[in-house]
Write a protein that binds this ligand. Structure first.
Ligand code: TYM
Length: 335
């Protein structure tokens, strides 16, 4: 008998447009995973509510992310691409797991500390319990692996802790998920401050390349990228973080090794190198942008994908939710 595929789960917040970091650290790696895994990718719109959103803009961004998933190459027939908020099991399991998570654990999350410092006027309870909702996303689908960038690793660890705690009380309810870090691109840094990760919320707009930036903007941002006073293109994360980050971007897209990149640009200045990286990125993104615009204008196609995949996500997640409710002793619904 053919062995069933292992389950893989991931997703992105539906805030603003994606950065090159989201693409290289996550989306690009996801595209071929369905060959090996049963894949679920959510548009994590409930998570986005932890920061105040403008409703029309938010709706647009969430739909835009859905279209970008498909444009980047995720086939909605082979991957379950759905909206987190359309599947009520996420919020329900999240409540239950809140009761199995300690304040002390959540208070140690570095993302909570960073985000609450950044949004000091809106340190809401959702921001605090954000990792519990994320744990619920993953555990509902009994995921074996979760591909994420380095910045989400701590959230994966707390997910495992919560799942193990729950299982130790009620038996084997949840699969314990493993983190799956892509080989390259797991942490793309800001072009303006290579000590910080590239992020949508970078105050300096030149720090992050957006997936929907046009060619001129992309090249301009790379030309302005912060490097060092040396002139040699050499991989040295410690002493040359800016150049090393550009090399990582270039290598992730072209598949070239650092040694090959060093010899390709030996004797050439940073100007040539930055231009080459900019052009490579623009070329990589151009077909995605073209497909994105096509999908976004085909509402009927998108709605159809959403409907089918939302149903599939509901079916899988409800199986786990029913089991959890029974285990904790909630009374059964009479239908
Ligand atoms: P989010 O939306 O911040 O990021 C989505 C994915 O992109 C990765 N990423 C990066 N990778 C490399 N370099 C960067 N500069 C960079 N910036 C972001 C992130 O690691 C992530 O993989 N909490 C999650 C969303 C989420 C989720 C989940 C993920 C909610 N529930 C369940 C996996 C499973 C988040 O905010 O990702």
């Amino acid at each position: 008998m053919e062995k069933e595929k292992k389950i893989l789960y991931s997703g992105m917040q539906a805030t603003n447009t994606l950065t090159l970091g989201n693409y290289l650290g996550a989306l690009k790696n996801w595209v071929s995973l369905h060959e090996e895994y049963e894949c679920f990718f959510g548009v994590m719109d409930l998570h986005s509510l932890t920061v105040r959103q403008d409703p029309p803009e938010f709706r647009k961004n969430a739909m835009s992310l859905y279209a970008l998933y498909i444009a980047a190459g995720l086939d909605p027939e082979k991957n379950c691409l759905y909206f987190q908020s359309h599947v009520s099991a996420h919020a329900e399991l999240s409540w239950i797991l809140n009761c199995f998570t300690y304040m002390g654990e959540l208070a140690r999350m570095t993302q909570f500390k960073d985000k609450s410092a950044k949004h000091a006027d809106n340190v809401n309870a959702g921001l605090f319990t954000y990792p519990v909702l994320m744990a619920s996303d993953i555990l509902l689908y009994q995921a074996d692996v979760v591909p994420v960038g380095v910045d989400q690793k701590q959230h994966l660890e707390i997910t495992r802790d919560i799942a193990e705690r729950f299982n130790s009380i009620y038996g084997e309810v949840f699969t314990i998920p493993d983190v799956y870090l892509g080989k390259a691109g797991a942490k793309i840094m800001s072009l303006q401050d290579p000590e910080k990760k590239m992020s949508k919320s970078d105050e300096n707009p030149n720090g992050a390349v957006m997936l929907l930036d046009d060619k001129d903007t992309i090249i301009r941002k790379f030309k302005r990228a912060v490097t060092d006073s040396d002139t040699v293109v050499r991989y040295d994360k410690e002493n040359k973080p800016g150049v090393s980050n550009l090399m990582e971007i270039y290598s992730t897209i072209t598949g070239k090794s650092y040694a090959d990149i060093e010899s390709e640009f030996s004797g050439k200045g940073y100007g040539d190198f930055k231009l080459a990286v900019g052009e490579t990125v623009a070329e990589e993104l151009a077909p995605i942008q073209k497909r994105y615009n096509e999908y976004l204008s085909d509402k009927e196609y998108l709605n159809n994908c959403i409907k089918n995949n939302d149903d599939k996500a509901r079916y899988f997640s409800n199986k786990t939710l029913r089991k959890v409710k029974k285990k904790v002793g909630l009374t059964e619904e009479i239908r």
